[in-house]
Design a binder for this molecule. Structure first.
Ligand SMILES: [Ca+2]
Ligand SMILES: [Ca+2]
Ligand SMILES: [Ca+2]
Ligand SMILES: [Ca+2]
Length: 484
């Protein structure tokens, strides 16, 4: 196909570098320009390639180049963008460069993003500019970026969602999603770090770190970190996509957010919040009105470790762990809920209360530690546990004290120190926290856990509470710097 490539004047800052502007309507492979010597260093000799516009057909990037994404880079229906291990993806700070995959149209299947990172060579998406990349400055900038300097990754698919009519338009990028193909495939992401992203396009109209809108179960999302995001780390809007080994760290708003009928499973996840800026560990709605629209938002979350801010208000909102509301009915098992400044679990409102009463909303096999609410307001009742600070169910006015045990009373709730090598109060320190429970931890006692099973489970032997049963799968490939 036609090439719209032109070479710009080479920069001679830190070495000879060519910037190539490529309108992405070609099926070509690799950049145009002089030969690179490995993209990660960003030093002399690497090509800097600007990506903008549309991806059609299959486009495979090269780890020998540095790619600067300007605006919304859209992987069109039928298209595939392949990103090899170790490739640098720079989100242009001036245009909040974002990768957007579009939902299927007609005979063309959903656009696909394929990220082939490894633990040793993850793909890192971070803010910068073409000029900085040419000057070799972007890798250094990764040490000092701030929330909202980059865009994000926004995936759309044609799996079922619950707005009336079965389709919707996405936040932030305003593209359609939703349909009747639960097996929809929006790509295969492995070992991706999304750094300093998230954009408030307008109030309540935001790009998250990784947005999955109507994404189907044919998609793999595996080993992904969203770090220092100006909105949620991960947000699901309906769909059936599963995930594993997800890390949400230092993000404003919620570590994980779900809405519009998401029905996937996530096994192995970590949330670590910044004491200076955060909202909830997990926020779940069926929709904004708490309707009965089907499919109901009822994801399965297994083997997760949540570490809150340790302060009651990390910004203008209280710091609660799991905030489950508006008729959502998640099923959450084998988890550690710790260090939230306010309440460990909030089941808010009559709709989600009814889901809990009928056994559809489940939080079970949970270890609570160091959640800090010290005094109960009038609408707070405690169904389980002593002291109040570690296990707290905040209940709206519709509840009575006898309601609660019927919903949660049969569960396995443990209080105690998980014995992490890194104390929960120091998890947000600028270094990767060691959250593998030490010997004797109640998190490792199989009697406190359930055996994971079902679609989306990647390890059926993870009979423990939290994200780690003995092996740290996180610190080799994730980034933990503080905001600028
Ligand atoms: Ca959001
Ligand atoms: Ca929130
Ligand atoms: Ca949110
Ligand atoms: Ca939300």
């Amino acid at each position: 196909m036609k090439h719209l490539a032109r070479k710009l004047v080479p920069f001679v800052l830190g070495g000879l570098v060519a910037i190539t502007l490529v309108a992405c309507n070609d099926d070509d492979d690799g950049p145009v320009g002089n030969g690179g010597n490995g993209g990660n260093g960003g030093n002399g000799g690497s090509n800097v390639v600007v990506l903008t516009g549309d991806i059609r057909g299959t486009r495979t990037l090269s780890p020998d180049s540095i790619y600067v994404i300007e605006g919304f880079l859209e992987v069109q229906p039928g298209g595939t963008l392949i990103v090899p291990a170790g490739t640098d993806l720079i989100s242009d700070t001036n245009t909040r460069g974002s990768i957007v995959t579009l939902a299927a149209v007609g005979d063309d299947p959903s656009g696909r993003l394929v990220v082939q990172g490894t633990a040793a060579a993850p793909v890192i998406f971070r803010p910068g500019t073409a000029a900085q990349a040419a000057a070799g400055l972007v890798p250094a900038q990764a040490e000092s970026c701030d929330r909202g300097e980059a865009g994000g990754i926004v995936m759309h698919g044609e799996a079922p969602i619950n707005p009336l009519g079965g389709t919707a338009v996405s936040e932030g990028v305003a593209r359609p999603f939703g349909g009747d193909n639960p097996a929809d495939n929006s790509g295969d992401i492995q070992y991706l770090v999304i750094l300093c992203g998230g954009v408030k396009v307008t109030p309540d109209n935001e790009i998250n770190g990784l947005t999955m809108a109507g994404v189907g179960s044919g998609t793999r999302v595996s080993f992904v970190q969203a770090h220092l995001i100006a909105d949620d780390g991960f947000e699901w809007f309906g769909g059936t996509v599963n995930g594993d080994h997800l890390v949400s760290s230092g993000n404003d708003d919620d570590a994980f957010d779900c809405d519009f009928g998401w029905n996937g499973t996530v096994q192995f996840f970590v949330a670590v919040q910044d004491p200076g800026l955060a909202n909830r560990g997990m926020e779940c709605d069926n929709d904004g009105n708490g309707s009965d629209n089907a499919p109901i938002t009822e994801p399965t979350m297994l083997n997760g470790t949540w570490i809150g801010t340790g302060v009651e208000r990390a910004n203008s909102e209280t710091n609660d762990g799991l905030y489950l509301r508006r008729n959502s009915a998640p099923k959450i098992n084998n988890v550690i809920i710790s260090n939230f400044g306010n309440i460990g679990i909030v089941v808010d409102g009559s709709a989600s209360k009814n889901q809990a009463m009928t056994g559809n909303l489940i939080v079970d096999h949970a270890l609570f530690f160091n959640n800090l609410r010290l005094a109960a307001p009038a609408n707070l009742q405690v169904a389980q546990g002593d002291p109040l600070t570690n296990i707290s169910f905040r209940l709206s006015g519709e509840y009575t004290s006898t309601d609660v045990p019927s919903a949660f009373g049969g569960g396995t709730y443990i209080e105690g120190d998980p014995l992490f090598p890194t104390p929960v109060s120091n998890a947000w320190s600028g270094a990767c926290p060691n959250l593998v429970p030490g010997a004797g931890s109640p998190a490792l006692d199989a009697a406190n856990a359930t055996t994971p099973s079902g679609p989306g489970v990647v390890d059926g032997s993870a009979n423990y509470l939290g994200a780690f049963g003995g092996v740290d799968w996180m610190c080799q490939w994730t980034l933990w710097q503080q905001a600028q």
